[in-house]
Design a protein around this ligand. Structure first.
Ligand SMILES: *Cc1c(COP(=O)(O)O)cnc(C)c1O
Ligand code: SF4
Length: 332
C-alpha cells in the first residue's frame, strides 16, 4: 500500500531502480489480456494495482487464470463481499497498545514499520487496516522501545507492515541496532514478500546488516505458488547460503491459486531447494473485497492430509487460522 509516510520516503529511493506497473491498461497490454473494465477501474481506485515489472515475466501471457496474475490484478469480484466480511476480522485494533505495535502473543510482538509494499496482493488481510493511526515516526518508535524495555517477557520482535524490506538499509540497520540494546530480546524476525516479488533487493549489503547483530535473524518470506520461484528468486536465495539466517515461508491458501495438492507439494519442494522451510499455510481471513479467494475449512483440512501423505513432515506447513483471543495462530 503506497501512502505518504515521510519517514520512509527515501526507502523508495532504494527500490526506485525497480520499475513498477501501476496502470491497468499497461498490465493488459504487457500480458495480452482483455482491456480493463469499468468495474476493475472502480476497484483499482480503492486498492490500486501495484506490481514490480520483473514479476510479469513469471506470468503466462494471455492467460486470465494464471495463478500469479490472480494475486495482483484488480478484479470485479472485489466489489462483492458477504455481510460477515469486515475491515478488521482479526480484531487487531484490540491488540494495538501503541501506534505501530501489535502485542497479541506472550513472548513476541509485531511492529508495523511501514505501510509500503512492493506489491498490492488482492487478498491482503491488512488492505483495510488503519495505517493512519499506525505510522512510524521517531516519537512512536521511542515509545515502542520503552514498551519493549518494560516487558521483559518479550523475546522476539517481528518487523512487519506493510513490508519492512521496502525500508532502506540505513533505517533498517538503525531499527535493528535499537532493538539489540534491549537485553531480554534474543531474536528479530522479518516478514516480507520482497524476496519473492523483487529479488534484486536481496543484496549482500542487506544480508550483511541482517547478520551483523547479536540478535538471531529469522526471515519469513511469503510465497503462494511454485511459479513465483524462478531463476532470479533462486539466485537471490543462493546469497543466503552460509549465513546464519533461518528462512521460513508462509502462504495463504487461495482459491484457484494454490488450492490443489499438486501445487502445494511442488511449492514445498521448490522452497526447500532454495533453502526455505514451509512454516504456515494460512486460512484466508474474512476481509472485505477478498471473498472470492476463500477455501472452505473442510477442503483445507483434506488438502493438508493429502500433502502430509506426499511429503516429509518438515515440508508440510501448519494449516492455521487467526482467531481473535486465541493465544497463538489456531491450528486447524
Ligand atoms: C502472526 C503473528 C505473530 C507471530 O506468530 P508466530 O506463531 O510466532 O509466527 C505475532 N504477533 C502477531 C500480532 C501476529 O499476527
Ligand atoms: S499481503 Fe503482505 S505484501 Fe501483500 S499487500 Fe498485504 S502486507 Fe503487502
Amino acid at each position: 500500500m503506497i501512502t505518504n509516510n515521510k519517514r520512509h520516503l527515501d526507502e523508495f529511493g532504494r527500490t526506485s531502480q525497480a520499475e513498477f506497473v501501476v496502470e491497468l491498461t499497461e498490465l493488459s497490454v504487457a500480458l495480452d489480456l482483455p482491456p480493463p473494465t469499468k468495474e476493475t477501474f472502480l476497484v483499482n481506485k480503492k486498492f490500486p494495482l501495484l506490481v514490480p515489472k520483473n514479476f510479469l515475466a513469471r506470468i503466462q501471457k494471455g492467460n486470465i487464470n494464471d495463478p500469479l496474475l490472480k494475486q495482483i490484478i484488480p478484479a470485479a469480484a472485489e466489489l462483492h463481499s458477504p455481510t460477515n466480511f469486515s475491515t478488521d476480522p482479526l480484531d487487531e485494533a484490540t491488540y494495538n497498545p501503541l501506534p505501530g505495535l501489535l502485542h497479541k502473543y506472550q513472548d513476541r510482538v509485531l511492529i508495523l514499520l511501514t505501510n509500503n509494499c512492493v506489491t498490492n496482493c488482492r487478498y491482503c488481510f491488512r488492505r483495510e487496516f488503519s495505517y493512519r493511526n499506525n505510522t512510524m515516526n521517531e516519537n512512536n518508535w521511542q515509545k515502542i522501545l520503552q514498551y519493549l524495555n518494560q516487558h521483559s517477557n518479550i523475546q522476539e520482535v517481528i518487523l512487519s507492515g506493510g513490508d519492512p524490506l521496502t525500508i532502506n538499509n540505513h533505517w533498517l540497520e538503525k531499527y535493528i541496532a535499537d532493538l539489540a540494546t534491549i537485553h531480554h530480546l534474543n531474536t528479530f524476525r522479518i516478514h516480507s514478500r520482497v524476496p519473492i516479488m523483487l529479488p534484486s533487493r536481496i543484496e549482500p549489503s542487506l544480508i550483511k546488516l541482517l547478520t551483523a547483530t547479536r540478535l538471531k535473524p529469522v526471515l519469513v518470506t511469503h510465497c503462494n505458488h511454485p511459479n513465483e520461484i524462478d531463476n532470479t528468486v533462486t539466485q537471490a536465495f543462493n546469497k543466503f547460503i552460509g549465513n546464519n539466517i533461518t528462512l521460513l515461508n508462509q502462504s495463504v491458501l487461495l482459491k484457484d491459486v494454490n488450492d490443489h495438492v499438486d501445487i502445494l507439494t511442488e511449492l514445498s519442494r521448490k522452497l526447500f531447494t532454495v533453502g526455505i522451510l514451509p512454516y504456515y499455510l494460512h486460512m484466508h481471513d474474512k476481509v472485505i473485497g477478498t471473498a472470492h479467494f476463500g477455501v472452505s475449512k473442510n477442503k483445507a483440512k483434506r488438502l493438508i492430509k493429502e500433502l502430509a501423505a506426499k511429503l516429509p513432515g518438515y515440508l508440510v506447513p501448519r494449516l492455521v487460522q487467526e482467531k481473535p483471543g486465541y493465544p497463538c495462530k489456531c491450528p486447524l
